[in-house]
Write a protein that binds this ligand. Structure first.
Ligand code: GLU
Length: 451
């Protein structure tokens, strides 16, 4: 037995907690993975001896920097920016940039850690990273957002590159922000290359990148339901969030014949018992994305609906649920309510939306439950395809990309079954995703020796 081999799960987690004080989201993400990995590596001496999990749970580097910008009133503002480069064993670091007041090192470390497993699951050569700033885009003018993005990139550019680290969007960062950042990168470096994904179609972006995360989460759901001989058609769906992921998940549910009952934002949720149709989804997209409105205004446009301030939608009875807002938005009690109301399947569009109690409740009830690292991987998968198109200097057709996205989501589903099949018709998708993602990264790390 190796000297390093006598640490059990609890001992390992004690170390993680000690080394990462005041970082609860990061500790939570590591714990959720470690619970499955300790089981898997129990009889695999080499992973223990080489301290593989310990190394994946220690980012390669965390870059933290000051971002100064001037607001429209001439005030100097100071924000903190980060890029967490977690692991590049299987490809360049890859992962989004988040602008939100809740962003801190713990949140970005958890996201970069999760991204490492998610990206491995896509089967594409991408390592894991994440970045962002504690900047609140809400209420800012377009010029202010532009100046912030430029200032952010003025530091970030030296840490990234098409073969080094390829950021993209996340909460608070969409096509417009990617445009401002790409413009500044190009201006500083004089390089036009695939350093960012989620670009506009006129300047190197990929078709279906915008839709990919939400659509992918529904494709994953469809794959899960198929194992029970069921499909999305005719099912009622409760969705949280009203941004890019939530609206495209809703769109795909509607296209496949399901009925969407809810959407939400930080102010509360709307419940539309008549169903949120494509026309209503288009209204939400225009209202939230282009006019930066609040979801509560939905009930004025569509009076059949009700608004529930300060609440999440998990109490509305449904067949399937898609948490598509943010981390820890679905707690243990919510999971129990969903189960009690007969919810059959949960497919996460957000990253770690369910807390550990919720995860344990879903596992205990043995319902179809897909963690974000498996079910929301469609977005980063199409980002990977955008990188390939940029390297080839050509753009693929929409049909080709649609098919590739479906195939990748099916591939992730198959990988989850391979490592998560518990017998008796129950598939533990959390376990399957954790082990399949871990194994790919771990085996690459073994090949590299101690680096
Ligand atoms: N932010 C997305 C995610 O959580 C996409 C990242 C990317 O496209 O690089 O996976």
């Amino acid at each position: 037995m190796a000297v390093t081999d006598h640490v059990d799960l609890n001992g390992f987690m004690e170390g993680v907690k000690k080394r990462n004080p005041h970082q609860p989201e990061f500790v939570q993400a590591v714990q959720e993975v470690a619970e499955d990995i300790f089981d898997f590596i129990q009889d695999k001496e080499e992973y223990h001896a080489q301290q593989i999990l310990r190394r994946i749970a220690e980012p390669d580097r965390v870059v933290s920097f000051r971002v100064c910008w001037e607001d429209d009133n001439g005030n100097i503002r100071v924000q903190r920016g980060w890029r967490v480069q977690n692991n590049n064993a299987i490809g360049p670091y890859k992962g989004g940039i988040r602008f939100h007041p809740s962003v801190n090192e713990s949140v970005l470390k958890f996201l970069a850690f999760e991204q490492t497993f998610k990206n491995a699951l896509t089967g594409l050569p991408m390592g894991g990273g994440k970045g962002g700033a504690n900047f609140n885009p809400k209420g800012k003018s377009v010029r202010e957002i532009m100046r912030f993005c430029q200032s952010f990139m003025t530091e970030l550019y030296r840490h990234i590159g098409p073969d080094v680290d390829v950021p993209a969007g996340d909460i608070g960062v969409g096509g417009r922000e990617i445009g401002f950042m790409f413009g500044q990168y190009k201006r500083i470096t004089n390089h036009w290359n695939g350093v960012l994904t989620g670009k506009g179609l006129e300047w190197g972006g990929s078709l279906i990148r915008t839709e990919a995360t939400g659509y992918g989460a529904v494709y994953f759901l469809e794959n899960m339901l198929a194992t029970k001989g069921e499909s999305v058609a005719g099912k009622t769906a409760v969705i949280s969030g009203s941004g890019n992921v939530a609206t495209h998940a809703a769109e795909k549910i509607v296209q496949l014949g399901g009925k969407v009952l809810t959407l939400s934002d930080s102010g509360g949720f709307i419940h539309d018992p008549d169903g949120i149709t494509q026309e209503k989804i288009d209204w939400v997209k225009a209202h939230k994305t282009h006019r930066r409105g609040r979801i509560e205004e939905y009930v004025e446009a569509f009076p059949g609906a009700t608004f529930h301030p300060g609440k999440t939608p998990w109490g509305v009875p449904c067949d399937v649920a898609l948490p598509c807002a943010t981390q820890n938005e679905l707690l243990g009690e919510d999971a129990k309510t969903l189960i009690a109301n007969g919810c059959k399947a949960v497919s996460e569009g957000a990253n770690m939306p369910t807390d550990l109690d919720g995860v344990h409740a879903f596992k205990a009830a043995k319902i179809l439950y897909a963690p974000g690292k498996a079910s929301n991987a469609g977005g980063v998968a199409v980002s990977g395809l955008e990188m390939s198109q940029n390297s080839e200097r050509r753009s693929w057709k929409e049909e080709e990309l649609q098919q590739m996205l479906k195939d990748i989501m099916k591939g992730i589903h198959d990988a989850c079954i391979r490592y998560g099949d518990q017998g008796g018709g129950y598939i533990d998708y959390v376990k399957g995703a954790n082990i399949a993602g871990f194994k790919k990264v771990a085996d690459a790390m073994l090949a590299f020796g101690v680096v």
